[in-house]
Design a protein around this ligand. Sequence first.
Ligand SMILES: Cc1cc2nc3c(=O)[nH]c(=O)nc-3n(C[C@H](O)[C@H](O)[C@H](O)COP(=O)(O)OP(=O)(O)OC[C@H]3O[C@@H](n4cnc5c(N)ncnc54)[C@H](O)[C@@H]3O)c2cc1C
Length: 416
Amino acid sequence: MSVPATERVTAVVIGAGHAGLAASHFLTAKSVDHVVLERGEVANSWRRERWDSLRLLTPNWQSRLPGLRYEGPDPDGYMTVPEVTEFIERFAKVSRAPVRTGEDVSSVRRDGDGYRVTTGRGEIACRVVVIATGACNRPTVPALADAVPASVRQLTPFGYREPAGLPDGGVLVVGASATGVQLAAEIQRSGRPVTLATGEHVRLPRTYRGRDVLWWMDAAGVWDQRYDEIDDLTRARRLPSPQLVGVPGTTLDLNALSALGVELVGRLAAVRDGRALFSGGLRNVFSLADLKMNRLLGTFDDWARTSGGDAEVGTAERYEPTRAPETARLQLDLRDGRIATIVWATGFRPDYQWLDVPVVDAKGQLIHEGGVVGGPGLYALGLPVLRRRKSTFIYGIEDDAREVIDHLVKYLGMRN
Ligand SMILES: Cc1cc2nc3c(=O)[nH]c(=O)nc-3n(C[C@H](O)[C@H](O)[C@H](O)COP(=O)(O)OP(=O)(O)OC[C@H]3O[C@@H](n4cnc5c(N)ncnc54)[C@H](O)[C@@H]3O)c2cc1C
């Protein structure tokens, strides 16, 4: 026999980051009664899970949410974490989102033709659920971390705040996406010699032909490319974040890191007998990233030519290929004291342990079609390439949320 629910609403949104708040904005616009349940505070991930020096890698003019945009004096600058937090808090206020903080959802399960949502404070019965709990709930750490000698301290970006929090000595940063390159640079600058293990990565210049590279992504329509137009969607959804940092005019690619003194090595393949073993073929990895970057720049050039925008921007540029070390190190003794810390910048993953509906695949990813999840009346927002390439970015949520909530409203209409 089912326990009577303490409360009944039409829609429950889980998560009060920008994605959940955008869902709330459109639910309100469509007069759908709802609550937004948040285990911590509004913008919780930005408050608790980011390092001190982080700035958005998207420029301020791209900090845009439904009904709210950046209006400060520096549209081409990049927000600090407190600024992002404040921006999202403002969005919650302006859109009068019915947020309940401190409500940790421990279960969502099917109940009749709707769902039953359990939090520490009770149960809510609802018709539809929007999952906006984020794509980056947990850092991904490879299983080989278990073989790292106990003398080496291991950290993820969630535990890292600033270089001063690390012991003195060398640091092995594993992963060369946005997080890895940013942490490698600041740790190296702090006087701790960094070795950076580099697998597949996405190289981008900060500015191209005088404009922010993300301006080009937007103008050339790359970010608007829809999920159902992408040939290899699974791959697109797994793509690492680009090597970018939110410092005006600063390109933080591997050449820039080499110039700082960071040692580049291949992908960390194994830890055996206290030794870190790296893949060879660094040159190939670098060439592939250079090739893909040049292909993308070619797309931008084509767009500038065909749209007649050539005269508005600088001349086409190409960059020095990524410099591979003469002989890349293939192994590193983790017991000899040179490496004091390993920072796992190996990506993030979502966490759906609370979801008692069979809509998560063997890799822990939600099964959905453009945010419409397999369970009827279950929706998602804020996942990589959910409906467009820009889906996980603040800038990308408006179009996705509008469409997903439109679908949800039609679903409710059909049920009525
Ligand atoms: C290091 C890093 C840098 C980034 N930089 C940029 C950038 O420069 N520009 C940009 O546009 N995007 C950036 N992003 C991507 C994206 O904007 C952020 O990940 C953003 O936080 C995602 O928003 P969200 O609302 O989807 O998820 P989140 O902000 O993660 O919000 C999800 C919310 O759900 C809550 N929650 C989770 N589980 C539960 C539960 N069971 N019960 C109740 N509440 C729950 C969490 O507490 C959280 O508040 C970055 C991401 C990372 C990780």
